[in-house]
Design a protein around this ligand. Structure first.
Ligand SMILES: C[S@@+](CC[C@H](N)C(=O)[O-])C[C@H]1O[C@@H](n2cnc3c(N)ncnc32)[C@H](O)[C@@H]1O
Length: 419
């Protein structure tokens, strides 16, 4: 955390204005003054109010490979800033997500320059499925439901950890949840060399100002965020015209993942797909699953606009081997030879013509099940939109409906690409 704070001079205040679009709320000016007073370097960028919240735009023409933001290490908020009683944080059985959330929650509501720019609780509650009422969640895609269950377990365990290790600070469960969501949506992976002993999941930092950058999925066109011992740097990978929004990338995420972790989806997301796992796994017997696991063919089964991945095809191939088939049968032997590369796909298909057509039928049935879910769950969500009990949850319901619409669009594109 920064050690120095002083009021900006009138000249500095005037200079700061160039980093702020006109309609940006005052709290962001304070954050700006705070980072500039602590040796941040900002070049040709402005904080702006955009349709999807606050973001960063070019204030003038920017070229490719230019450093546009540098935030020095003392401004970062991470392991080193957590006041653990009587010990160094590096020796502590820490869970950084939990502790950062406790740190922020204990300061809410706050006049602190960084904490006061965090989005309000209502914005997390409506955008993040984690906080959606069960009736909305139950009508959302099943992968979202299961990811939210995992997130809820993590939140509960982090809260218990926070109560145990940070009992010297004061916060309510609601403040903690909101702070936890802020940490979840605003931290950056950060692993300086001296952190080599720290588990990867604790290598995260909050980074004032850099957390204003929104995400896109334009890969090589998004800015890079790199760290060095002296701080974090944002560098362009393309040129920008004045007023153009500047994005970084949070990762190659599909829209389910973006929705659960960050509370939004991208209308054009080339990483988008449908995770078939919740639909496909119930078709796999314990033996199927054991074989797939031994061959490392478990994990997410994916369908995108163009194809199903090879892992999905493999899981579908084994799913059509009847569960009572002995492992010593010819069917399994052929399948295992395919997995080992002793049989090519064509040879396997020639040996098992009926099972290959069953694979196609199973896949079309799965896709039809998803379509039918999309239709029935969208209808249920539309009914909730008319229900007075859900008046305050319109945005969350609309998000879930939108996600089903994206599933339908992926299926339509997939069929077109197959025909
Ligand atoms: C690191 S913050 C970015 C700054 C944020 N927009 C703000 O108002 O402070 C991440 C959050 O910004 C929003 N966000 C980021 N990229 C977005 C995008 N492409 N479309 C919509 N919302 C986005 C989401 O709410 C996400 O949880």
């Amino acid at each position: 955390m920064p050690k120095r704070r002083r009021a900006p001079s009138p000249q500095e205040q005037e200079r700061h204005q160039e980093y702020l679009a006109d309609d940006v709320p005052e709290v962001h000016r304070r954050l700006l003054e705070h980072v500039l007073a602590n040796n941040a370097r900002l070049s040709k960028v402005k904080i702006a109010k955009l349709p999807h919240g606050i973001g960063i735009v070019a204030s003038e023409r920017i070229g490719k490979n230019e450093e546009i933001t540098f935030i020095p290490t003392p401004l970062l908020i991470n392991l080193h800033d957590i006041p653990f009683p009587n010990s160094s944080p590096l020796d502590h059985p820490t869970k950084i997500h939990s502790s950062l959330a406790a740190y922020i929650a204990s300061k809410l509501p706050s006049s602190d320059a960084f904490i006061s720019i965090l989005p309000p609780a209502e914005s997390f509650k409506s955008s993040l499925p984690l906080f959606w009422p069960d009736k909305i969640l139950q009508n959302s895609p099943p992968w979202i439901q299961s990811f939210v269950q995992t997130q809820r377990q993590k939140l509960s365990s982090d809260y218990a950890h926070a109560l145990k290790w940070h009992d010297h600070v004061d916060f309510t469960r609601e403040e903690y949840e909101c702070a936890w969501a802020a940490v979840n949506t605003r931290t950056i992976y950060y692993r300086p060399k001296k952190w080599y002993k720290i588990p990867a999941e604790d290598c995260m930092t909050m980074c004032p100002f850099i957390d204003y950058f929104n995400h896109d999925a334009r890969g090589a066109e998004s800015c890079t965020v790199t760290f060095s011992p002296d701080g974090l740097r944002v560098t362009t990978q393309k040129s920008y015209t004045p007023g153009e929004e500047i994005f970084v990338t949070y990762g190659d995420y599909n829209n389910d993942h973006l929705l659960v972790e960050y509370g939004f989806t991208l209308p054009q997301n080339h990483n988008d797909n449908i995770i078939l796992t919740p639909y496909l796994t119930p078709l796999l017997s314990p033996l199927h699953q054991k074989i797939l696991k031994e061959a490392s063919f478990t994990g997410e089964y994916i369908l995108d606009e163009k194809e199903i991945c090879y892992k999905t095809l493999t899981a579908l191939r084994i799913s059509v081997i009847p569960p009572e088939t002995p492992k010593s049968s010819k069917l399994y032997k052929n399948f295992l030879s395919l997995l080992d590369g002793k049989l090519s796909e064509d040879e396997y298909a020639a040996l098992n013509p009926s099972s290959e057509s069953e694979v196609s039928n199973t896949l079309s049935t799965l896709i039809k099940t998803i379509e039918s879910d999309a239709t029935s769950k969208t209808a249920a969500l539309n009914t909730l939109l008319l229900d007075e009990e859900f008046t305050d949850h319109k945005a969350s319901i609309e998000s879930a409906i939108e996600r089903w619409g994206q599933y339908m669009a992926i299926i339509t594109a997939y069929r077109e690409n197959q025909s």
